[in-house]
Ligand binder design. Structure first.
Ligand code: NAD
Length: 499
């Protein structure tokens, strides 16, 4: 039975009216489980009108009361945790334990957003001039939007809407059309938690609705996460229309392995960070850079059996290392990169292309792939594959290894494995990448720090969550005030100097 999904506008489920739909798959079986309506420009305009009408009331609600809705939402997330995780795993493909992590890392940003009243406080200077006081306040932007990717259908929507709503904005969420069910469930929970109608709307769709968001004059800011070409497009068109835009893109995350690294720790770290979630994480390690031939030989000999032993299973298997990838189309793309790597002359140490899972023959599964002797001119090094494929690039020394992430066009995450504090410190200072791990393979900053890549992994100037999210979703108004009893100096024709 194919379920028909909907939009969520003005606090209610709304049927799609465009007549266009996209299929939603269950990657572990390959079956179609639902269809999602793809909104038209007119449907988006309806949602924006709704949000615009509701927003002033929400902005005028005191910040603590707004935060209390998020507190209640957290309780409801706990109540429905397993239901959400199961839906997420079935629609995305990641395993159930990993789906729980997806919810958890989003929920932590909701926890952060509960403290946002503290960050909304302005500045105040008493006596900035004779009888003059000056203060600033942070005000919401109005209606703002988030456009999110398929790979974290719970976490990234929450990264976006929780801070925006806590700051007093109304939010239009355009989730990935590949797994929109969890975002729809989250919106319903926000209303159950007491959010006024119209403050969080979910409008499903593809390029048509995204373009409508980019062009709508009442949408003041857009937070995007997805691939780099789309992110660049969103940033260019959105800012040309006068909007605030932050757009986070793709990645090619390197891990440097120094000769003094703890090899047991390295192998565990690379297996988890390279193959977890079938490599469909923007912070996955996709390039390992052992320094020196001895380190490289040891790394390959220890990694290869572990990659061959990876347990690929259906999303509902709690013991599987990872599940299927998101669609057949994506599976074909990842496999074609393996073909390209072989043609380019990389050494295919472990080949996962032919993996089949008994009982799940139509699922989108792929075994782990390990390439050795990859070089920087190869496409498999330059491009994001977003699958369970780890490439080893051998470097003769530390400087050559450091040059690799520094010269790569992406700059999302990076890690170094070493026991030497001087090397680690030098690396953290000189690497041209936004998020750095020292003996930590996936250095995703916690909710009260900020998340953002450099170079072509991020467009815009503020990061996601943490204090930057408050800066992104508010604007500063500065007031200079004086009262009739203050000093009267007559008309002045000179710029005020507070003298
Ligand atoms: P995607 O770029 O295909 O889609 C992202 C969003 O853009 C979706 O909502 C989609 O509907 C929309 N979109 C797709 N094509 C469009 C078009 N032509 N015009 C307008 N809108 C369009 O990305 P994805 O495949 O869903 O997600 C995977 C990508 O996201 C990877 O590149 C990954 O590295 C990246 N990612 C980045 C971060 C980060 O914070 N830097 C986090 C997670 C994922």
């Amino acid at each position: 039975m194919v379920e028909k999904l909907y939009h969520f506008v003005g606090g209610a489920r709304v049927e799609g009216k465009s007549g266009r739909f996209a299929p939603i798959f269950t990657p572990m079986t390959g079956e179609i489980s639902a269809e999602v309506p793809l909104a038209s420009t007119a449907e988006l305009a309806g949602a924006v009108a709704n949000a615009r009408a509701a927003q002033p009331g929400w902005a005028a609600t005191n910040p603590q009361k707004r935060a209390r809705v998020l507190m209640k939402f957290l309780e409801l997330l706990q109540r429905d945790y397993e239901k959400l995780a199961l839906k997420l795993a079935l629609e995305h493909g990641k395993t159930l334990p990993d789906a729980r992590g997806d919810i958890q890392r989003g929920l932590e940003v909701v926890e952060f957003a509960i403290g946002i009243p503290h960050l909304l406080k302005g500045e105040y200077t008493e006596g900035a001039g004779p009888g003059i006081d000056m203060y600033s306040m942070r005000q919401p932007l109005g209606v703002v939007a988030g456009i999110t990717p398929f790979n974290f259908p719970a976490m990234i929507p929450m990264w976006k809407f929780a801070p925006a709503i806590a700051c007093g904005n109304a939010f239009i969420l355009k989730p990935s059309e590949r797994d929109p069910s969890v975002p729809l469930m989250l919106a319903e929970l926000m209303y159950e938690a007491g959010l006024p109608k119209g403050i969080l709307n979910v409008v499903n769709g593809d390029k048509e609705v995204v373009d409508a968001i980019l062009d709508h004059p009442d949408i003041k800011a857009i937070g995007f996460v997805g691939s780099t070409p789309i992110g660049e497009y969103i940033y260019t068109r959105g800012t040309a229309n006068g909007k605030r835009v932050q757009a986070f893109g793709g990645a090619k995350n390197h891990a440097l392995i120094m000769p003094d690294a703890d090899m047991d720790q390295v192998v565990d770290a690379l297996i988890g960070a390279g193959y977890g979630s079938a490599g469909e994480r923007c912070m996955a390690i996709s390039v390992a850079v052992p320094v020196g031939e001895k380190t490289a030989d040891e790394l390959v000999s220890r990694l290869a059996p572990r990659v061959r032993a990876l347990k690929v299973g259906p999303s509902t298997d709690e013991k599987a290392d990872y599940g299927p990838v998101v669609t057949r189309q994506h599976l074909d793309k990842v496999k074609s990169y393996v073909d390209i790597g072989v043609k380019e002359g990389a050494e295919l140490v472990v080949d996962g292309r032919e993996m089949r899972l008994q009982g799940y023959e139509n699922g989108f599964y792929m075994g782990g792939v390990l390439f050795d002797r990859v070089t920087p001119d190869m496409r498999i090094y330059k491009e994001e594959i977003f699958g369970p494929v780890l490439s080893i690039v051998r470097a003769p020394d530390y400087e050559a290894a450091l040059a690799l992430p520094n010269e790569h066009e992406y700059g999302n995450g990076v890690a170094i494995f070493t026991r030497d504090g001087d090397t680690a410190r030098d690396f953290a200072a000189r690497v041209d990448v936004g998020m750095v791990g020292i003996n930590v393979p996936i250095p995703v900053p916690l909710a009260y720090y900020t998340f953002g890549g450099w170079k072509r992994s991020g467009f815009g100037d503020l990061n996601q969550h943490g204090p930057d999210s408050v800066r992104f979703y508010t604007r500063t108004k500065t007031v200079t005030e004086r009262w009739p009893s203050g000093i009267r100096s007559g008309a002045s024709f000179v710029i005020p100097t507070m003298g």
